[in-house]
Design a protein around this ligand. Structure first.
Ligand SMILES: [Zn+2]
Length: 181
């Protein structure tokens, strides 16, 4: 096991699997990455989850292009055997994609709160720029409570910090991408 280990031991990758594919998925992929030909039954016993759960994980990954399989038929039993391959390139690609979407969202939000005066009700249902808030006569469109001007300086600082972190994440992912053979 070479670069696979480096990728699967990475905290960002592990978080991504947990979020996107679900619990136990990273455990399953680690077993696959060791290249032993494990049957679903054996995997199920090793991880302690049902065979159907293993299939769910693999199907989710297949749907996202993170895994692919070769289907062969056992001549004796007539059953199909699935040989799964993990697409590490695709995993990092999806992570970079997600990260870039988050970044875009944050940059838009950052831009909005620094460029415009923002209004919101006490419950903060929504943040509404001045021009629109006027049209609603400063009543929250969701809950009809009064909307006040909100000081966005703290929030803006928070967003800037998040943006910086996302850039660091991106660097880390690009480094990981380089080790994939
Ligand atoms: Zn409201």
């Amino acid at each position: 096991m070479g670069f696979e280990k480096k990728i699967l031991e990475n905290k960002l990758v592990q978080d991504f699997f947990q979020r996107k594919i679900g619990e136990h998925s990273i455990q399953l992929i680690k077993l696959y990455s060791k290249g032993k030909n494990l049957t679903e039954d054996k995997l199920s016993k090793k991880i302690g989850i049902k065979v159907t759960e293993i299939r769910t994980i693999l199907n989710k990954m297949h749907y996202l292009g993170m895994a692919d399989y070769d289907k062969t038929r056992n001549k004796k039993t007539g059953w199909y055997n699935y040989d799964w391959r993990i697409n590490y390139k695709r995993i990092i690609e999806l992570m970079l994609q997600e990260q870039s979407e988050q970044l875009k969202k944050l940059e838009i939000e950052e831009n909005t709160i620094t460029e415009y005066s923002v209004f919101a009700c006490k419950k903060k249902c929504d943040q509404i720029v001045f021009e629109i808030a006027v049209q609603y006569q400063f009543k929250c469109p969701s809950c009809s409570q009064n909307m006040d001007y909100i000081n966005t300086e703290t929030k803006s600082k928070g967003i800037k910090k998040d943006i910086k972190e996302l850039h660091t994440t991106k660097e880390e992912l690009l480094e990981l991408q380089k080790v994939i053979k």
